[in-house]
Each structure stands twice: as C-alpha cells, then as structure tokens.
Design a protein around this ligand. Structure first.
Ligand code: DSN
Length: 435
C-alpha cells in the first residue's frame, strides 16, 4: 500500500530526531483507525491533502495576492492560489473568493472587519442554542467590538422561528444578519433570512462551516443561490480539506474582504494549506463527492432513526443534515460528559453538548452531538450506522461497566478495521515497513 501520509525520508528523520513525537503520531494513527469518529466537525481529509500539507509550500512567504506580492519567488504560489480562488468561485457559484483565512475564527473576523464598523449591530444565533463562538458569544473578542444580538431556537421544537428572528431584526436594525451554526441539525431557510435582511437593510452572511461540503456536493441548499452577500466555510469539516477557511462573496465586497484578511488580520498565508485547499476544491467538484455528500446525510438519517428506536431522544426529533444532538439526561439519565467518556471507552468519539436552554453547564451538559462526515469518508453505509447505533445504546446503558465497554471497543474496532482511514497506513506491519 502506498504511504500517502508522509514522505518516507521525513518520517525516518522524525523517528530518529524525536521518538516521543513519532510514537505519539503512530498512536494517533492507530486511534483514528481503530475507533469511530463521530464528532460532526471532524473528518478524514483527502489523501492528497496530506501530500500538500507536508510539502515545500510550507516554506514560502507570500504576503499579498496573486500578481501582487511583497516577496519574490511566487510563480508557483500564484498558480495554486489562483486555482483555489477560481475553484471556490465555481463550486459555490460566487463572484469572489479568498482562500487565505487560517481558520474559521480568522475567516469570520475578516468578514466583520471588512464589511462593518466597530460598534455595528449583528444579529446571529446564540451559542447555547447551536450558534458559534465567533457569532458573538460573550466570551469572544468579537463581542467586545460589535454589538451582537442573539436569536434562539424555540422549545419544545428546538427549531428556529423566523417570525421571532424578524421581530428582533425590526427592533434592533442590524447591519448584518448571520445564519449558520455549530450545533443545529436542520436545514435553514436562507430565502427567509434574506427577506428579513432586505426588509431592514442588513447584509446577509452565511457561515456554513459545518455543511460547506454538503453544499459543495449539492446535498444541501447554497445560500449564494438566493442572493446572500457573503458566505464562509472552514475547509477541514465536511469538505475534507486542510484546516483552514475560505470566504466567497458578491464581487462588490471582494476588495474590502481581501484587505481585511491581509493586511488587516493576517500576515503570510500558509501556502501549504492554500495548495491543499485548492486540490480539495477540485475533488469536491467531482461526481464522487456528490455521492459522498448524499451518503453523509443518508447515514445521518439512518443513525438518527436507529438511535431513536434504541431510546435516544433527539433535539428537534431528527436531522436534515450530517449531525444530531441527543438529550442523554432524559434518554439515559447521563450527563453529556459521562456519556462522552463511556462512548470513548467503547471506541466511539463524539462530544458533550449543551442543548437549547440547557439547565446544566457546558462541561456537564445535558447532551451529546454526533455526525457522519468522517464515518462516511471511510465508506461506511446504512448497515454500519445501524451497528454503531446499537453499540452506542449498549455503551450508554453500561456507562459504569468497564468490562462491557472494553468488549464494545473490540466490536467497534472490528467494524472500523474493515474501513481503512483514507491515506493512512492500515496496520502495524505496514507502518513499520514504511518507517
Ligand atoms: N469546533 C467546531 C465544532 O466542533 O463545531 C466549530 O468551530
């Protein structure tokens, strides 16, 4: 099997230079291979991404943009960044793209500072109801600079009520309305958000970080198709790319966003990441990725149904996208942190999660959040989703029984070993041969 992950020379050098780091790397490969990854914001990147992240593009400073840089030697970096921008525009049907943001937080800050003035009002989803830190959570620096007003989901449905969003918009007259989430299992009504924004003269900004890949693959609606002004997505989640972010927008906002990313917020872009983003966008435009995106959602629906049949109560009752949130307190009398630890012991990785209006604190919340992008990238399908749901239910019912959890871990490993992690060596023999 070809070792896509690292060049043999680099790996050999690492082994000689630092056995502690080398060993941790090998153990992490084993952890990712032997366990099932259900954190909905994580994924296994395309193998080509490893090749570029571990490449000489890491060595290059490229402040500026293609054709207008502050350092020489840009003939190859200009090619990859231009390809990245053009591919992002084509994939998301946008007039402008910037592929330099170092991550999701930088990307969203660049949008705010590029299109707004300090003190401006922004209407966004509350973190505790499924929004994101960068959407104005009080602990974020952004909340100190802009005046965030937060809309929430409704109980008991757990869904967004656009009439309530409209009422807040009419009351506070925001300059920007954001839709997007890190924990909301339903499709958004982008046209509905746009109508409200038009009524109050606000810019429309969709942060589709979780679902960027599902939009690229045509499995979920694209906010740009209904006239959104700007959209951001991280590149490492459902898109299966390197850690990073990208912004697309209407042409008229391009110059301001470019200036905001560099020199406003960032210095030299990470060109190994930009190169990896460019190949990711190519792969995400191919027919196989459409199948992948469709399968991510089909798998999530199967997992949600199977968990519900096993006694799990899901926030909003199900899912339209790649993720679901389980209220573990009402379902299994377990707080989310206890459920997370028990499932980890069974080889199943996901995260504890606050539920809307959670009476419990974030480190001991009422639920867990899980999703299917990574499992689907391994090639798992409906059969495995049903098996995983069964393992989860058994683990949650035996959360204090170490022997049962260890047995479940063996069952999880047996399923996982039939679906190798893309681009990572399969077993110890292959690894030692490569090293
Ligand atoms: N940390 C990401 C998530 O898990 O949703 C968002 O930034």
């Amino acid at each position: 099997m070809t070792n896509f992950t690292y060049s043999a020379t680099a790996l050999d050098q690492l082994k000689k230079s630092d056995s502690e780091i080398f060993t941790a790397l090998m153990h992490e490969e084993t952890r990712q291979s032997d366990g099932i990854e259900l954190i909905p914001s994580e994924n296994y990147c395309f193998p080509e991404v490893y090749a570029l992240l571990g490449s000489v593009f890491n060595n290059k400073y490229s402040e500026g943009y293609p054709g207008r840089r502050y350092y020489g030697g840009q003939e190859n970096t200009d090619i990859i960044e231009t390809l990245g921008r053009d591919r992002a525009k084509a994939l998301f049907r946008a007039e402008y793209a910037n592929v330099q943001p170092l991550g999701g937080s930088a990307m969203n800050q660049a949008v705010y500072f590029g299109l707004l003035q300090p003190g401006d009002t922004i209407l966004a989803m509350d973190l505790s109801h499924g929004g994101h830190l960068t959407h104005g959570a009080p602990v974020s620096h952004m909340s100190k600079v802009f005046n965030f007003i937060r809309y929430k989901t409704e109980l008991p449905s757990g869904k967004i009520d656009l009439d309530k969003v409209r009422a807040l918009a009419l009351q506070h007259k925001p300059k920007m309305i954001i839709c997007g989430f890190s924990s909301y299992p339903r499709e958004l009504d982008y046209a509905g958000f746009k109508k409200i924004a038009d009524e109050v003269g606000a810019l429309t900004f969709a942060d589709v970080s979780h679902i960027g890949g599902l939009i690229a693959g045509g499995a979920l609606a694209n906010p740009m198709d209904v006239g959104f002004d700007v959209m951001s997505t991280t590149t490492h989640k459902s898109l299966r790319g390197p850690r990073g972010g990208l912004i697309v927008a209407k042409k008229q906002f391009g110059a301001a966003i470019d200036k905001s990313v560099f020199p406003g917020l960032q210095g030299g872009p990470h060109m190994h990441q930009v190169a990896a983003t460019a190949i990711t966008l190519k792969l995400a435009s191919e027919p196989a990725f459409k199948t992948y995106a469709k399968n991510v959602i089909a798998n999530a629906k199967t997992l949600a149904t199977s968990l519900t049949e096993g006694g799990a109560q899901l926030v909003t009752g199900g899912t339209d996208n790649h993720m679901m949130v389980v209220n573990t307190v009402v379902s299994f009398n377990l707080t989310g942190n206890v459920a997370e630890v028990a499932l980890d012991a069974a080889g199943i990785t996901l995260n504890k999660q606050v539920i809307p209006d959670d009476p419990l604190p974030p480190m001991k919340p009422s639920g867990i959040r899980l999703g299917t992008p990574a499992a689907t990238a391994r090639g798992m399908g409906e059969t495995e989703m049903k098996q995983l749901a069964g393992l989860m239910i058994r683990a949650l019912k035996a959360s204090d029984d170490a022997a049962t959890l260890a047995k479940l871990r063996d069952e999880t490993r047996a399923i996982c070993n039939r679906f190798p992690v893309p681009g990572v060596l399969r077993d110890k023999e292959e690894k030692s041969a490569a090293a």
